[in-house]
Design a protein around this ligand. Structure first.
Ligand SMILES: Nc1nc2c(ncn2[C@@H]2O[C@H](COP(=O)(O)OP(=O)(O)OP(=O)(O)O)[C@@H](O)[C@H]2O)c(=O)[nH]1
Length: 306
């Protein structure tokens, strides 16, 4: 996030920033008039905000305020009364990446916060309810990744996310390499199958491109995550990114439920002969491994499939 030496959490956070490390940036115009959904946080606020109760309360507050939160253009998103699928009702999404790649810009677009002085005061956490594929989801996007590659609360950042958006700038090879590092660190910390989306931002800066689309896609395939290129400046693919995040979380949730159902079914079939059971199990496992491999190797750019 572009943070001037302001007050509060934002001010202290920005104190050690090395602004000249930012690359390929051009000023961009104000965001379309959206409802603002952000809040300033400091470390204590964040600790409190991370408790399941307060997250649920935030989500509930979002709904009771009854505001409609629209994407910029041509969106089918709307506020509805349904529940989102995460345990506490809010999907927690972390934006990570090297300095100056556009994490804050993307988060602010999601939160509907306009660029400029208002954004400086807005804080680093953005919540919003969106409807994806006819089902409402509440998202809390955390833009709290520090420039030294850590986070205000590293344990929390790595442990509490329902999804991670690892951003690099297509104009900065170093940020691309950093993204791979982060991906490795994240997988080392998170044993669970948490969705990670690799985001090549600043796709509008075509002349300064240092990372090709193919390199981005290949990296996502190697690291087993999803891939999308965005331009926060042009608001290009930002909606697709956050809708994709929701779809990825849901797909994993659904696949866990399927597995649980399959296991329950297996227990019911215990009366079947042992040999037949083993035989069927092996065929199913072999097929699903094959299918998973094929799907993974072809679909890193498709955020609507696993
Ligand atoms: N041209 C262009 N500039 C962008 C884009 N996204 C962000 N920027 C600019 O890049 C600079 C850094 O953006 P930020 O959103 O502050 O980046 P960040 O990753 O949050 O940076 P830190 O908070 O320092 O980690 C700002 O000047 C933005 O206006 C983009 O898609 N295209």
């Amino acid at each position: 996030m572009t943070l001037n030496g302001g007050s509060g959490a934002g001010g202290s956070r920005s104190a050690g920033r090395e602004r000249d490390r930012r690359r390929g940036s051009t000023p961009w115009g104000p965001a379309p008039p959206l409802h603002r959904r952000s809040m300033p946080v400091d470390e204590r606020d964040l600790q409190a905000a991370l408790t399941p109760g307060s997250l649920a309360a935030t989500a509930a507050g979002t709904r009771t305020q009854g505001q409609r939160l629209d994407w910029p253009e041509g969106s089918s998103d709307s506020l509805s009364s349904g529940d989102s699928g995460s345990e506490d009702g809010v999907y927690k999404v972390h934006a990570a990446g090297a300095p100056g790649v556009g994490k804050s810009a993307l988060a602010r677009i999601f939160g509907g916060v306009e660029d400029g002085p208002e954004a400086e005061a807005a804080g680093h956490t953005y919540d919003r309810s969106i409807t994806v594929d006819g089902e409402e989801a509440s998202l809390m996007v955390y833009d709290i990744w520090e420039q030294d590659g850590g986070c205000w609360l590293p344990g929390h950042c790595m442990a509490m996310g329902d999804a991670y958006v690892i951003v690099y700038s297509i104009t900065d090879k170093g940020s691309f390499e950093k993204a791979s590092e982060l991906r490795v660190q994240l997988r080392a910390r998170r044993q669970t199958d948490v969705p990670i989306i690799l985001v090549g931002n600043k796709s509008d800066l075509v002349r300064s491109r240092e990372v090709s689309v193919d390199e981005g896609r290949a990296c996502a395939e190697v690291f087993d995550c999803k891939f999308i290129e965005t331009s926060a400046a042009l608001h290009h693919n930002v909606q697709a990114l956050f809708e994709g995040v929701v779809r990825q979380i849901r797909l994993r949730r659904d696949s866990k439920e399927d597995n649980a159902r399959r296991q329950a079914g297996t227990r019911r079939r215990e009366s079947l002969g042992k040999k037949a059971k083993l035989f069927l199990g092996r065929i199913v496992a072999r097929n699903s491994r094959k299918m998973a491999f094929l799907a993974k190797s072809k679909s890193c750019h498709d955020l609507s499939v696993l």
